[in-house]
Design a protein around this ligand. Sequence first.
Ligand SMILES: [Fe+2]
Length: 667
Amino acid sequence: MRPRSRFALVAAAALLVSGAFGVAGQSGELPVVVPSLPPRDGSIRNPITFDQLHNFTGPSADGQCLHLDLGGAAFQGAVYAGPYPFCEGASDYDHAAFLLSGTLTNGATDVPAAAFLQDAYNANAWPQGTGSEPPTMTVAYRIDLRSVSGDTVTSYGLYDSLVSFRQEGPSVAKNLTLVEGPYLALVTSDDPPSAAIAWTTDLPATGEVRLRGPLQEDSGESARAREGVCDRLFSQEAPSQWHEIRITGLKPGRTYTYRVSSVAQDGQSAHSSEYAFRAAPARGKGKVRFLFTSDGREGVGGGGQTSMGTNLDVSGRIAREAMRQGADLAVVPGDLVNGYTSSIPDYRLQHGGWKGAWSGFWRTRPVYTSPGNHEALLNVFDDGSAYGLEMDKWPYASESAEAIFQQEFCNPANGPAPSDPRRPPYLETVYSFTYGPILFIALNNNYWWTSDADIPTLGGSPEGYIMEDQLAWAEGAIERGDRSPDVRFIVVFFHEPAFPVGPFSEKGLWWNGDNTVKAYALVGGQVVPQGQGVIDVRNRLWTAFARSRKVAAVLVGHQHAYSRVLIDKHTPVGIPSADDLNGDGKLERYSPNPDFTYPVYQITAGNGGAPPYVYPNRGTPWTAQVISPETGYCIFETDGNSLGFTAYSLNGQILDQVKDLMAVKKK
Ligand SMILES: [Fe+2]
């Protein structure tokens, strides 16, 4: 949730709609009215793009560094650099250690490279390396970026990235670089023999994954030490910057290693380290631990709290906790970044920062994401208000928040198709997968957003709302999980709470009990309502959860605290047909819902980096059992028979614990 001063409703009244379909040739294909207002920028976080952050123009004058030019004379700052990954092969978690510092002056700096071949700094035994393969020599660099204009100094926080280099005679030269990833993805018990490896190169290049294994796990052998294991190559020959290669033939639950390589058209090549990972367990089987966190967007406090749109400090620490706690996977439902931007390059750079914070974990364990309200990517119009009139960016197929989120992540692609093909895709923002005995269902209740007050006039879907097509898909997914003998537990995750606890409780699937809130679409020249009111939608969704004996927990974020609330058929939740006493669509009282057959926990972990809420339990008919504003995360664990969890603060304190989430269903 970003703090917003709600701008006045005059925005809608002031709109001039040009004909029934707005701007000719554009909105005729859109399910929204295009306002006849001048476009303006949204909240663009970053003053530089990915391309500027990687604009290496050649060696430095002395040939020992790589010259980086951000392209703006006003940019000043500090620069830090170190060999990456630090102590390759000895550390099981890829990370940087910054060993040298310098300055960014008038937008330019020299990033040290040859210095890391000197004994004191050479953590990876370059140039020969520590493994059996020649290493790619890569430097992690960090810019603490400021701009200076007259007496005004603006601090933009930390920018982290990577650059590879090679030796050319007495000088160094920039090399093809794996700038993001590799990330392990699509490890699911729906298809244990398969997984995907994804990475990004700074230049178009081919891609190849070398897979080795399975290893004998109890012999203590490493991939490098053992000979004779299966060794397979999976290739992508068409050059591109984005690489996503499916690997197959894995045996459930067994350990493999992989290493990726790319070759650019001019022959430059780059390789990753070698990483060990475990194939997904067979469906219905296995012990599983997973980490749940949300709202890793920027905090307050400077330094790593503000890094490209994400809270690098907190997300980085939670990712390390996920590794040390032995999590097999992580689920993160939204507000990864500040967002609300009108710039696609800015949106991508922000998500690149978040992925970088998780990269040490993500090399070897999958991370599943869904969008929050901050994952907004917008067309913004100047209506005189502070934020402007904001609408999900079109064309939807290529530029919407949903489309770019799908490109930035590698989530399962088995969600619903929109019932109206003019709307944005649900692909990879709404999906399900199994991991061992758990069925995970990811929903997106920040879909196709328009500034909320303008939705009845222009079309769009309010914060927190779930449209009929996604709702029906979710009901079907729960039913299928309920019938499947391999599914022991169902865990649902989405961003905005069904039952908010605390400030900003006006949104989510609650809207302070206002059942008039719903989506609208432009149909046949008229903007018309779509589907049921938000309270009826919430009640249908929760009824689907509560009728199943298998739904262990509903995991949400948005509110920047930890909380646990148990919803059962005695909880005052509100039923529009019974509680709208004066017929205005808003609830005057809050009846319990007899259709909520089994109790279900809603667990909020929006305490993952965004500024904490310290006054969370007020203003709603239901009351949380436990609340804490401490920054932290949750670890869930099943041995196949029961599923429980512990909520930790980042200081190691246990904030809450439920050893058996299913016990409440037996009472
Ligand atoms: Fe949020």
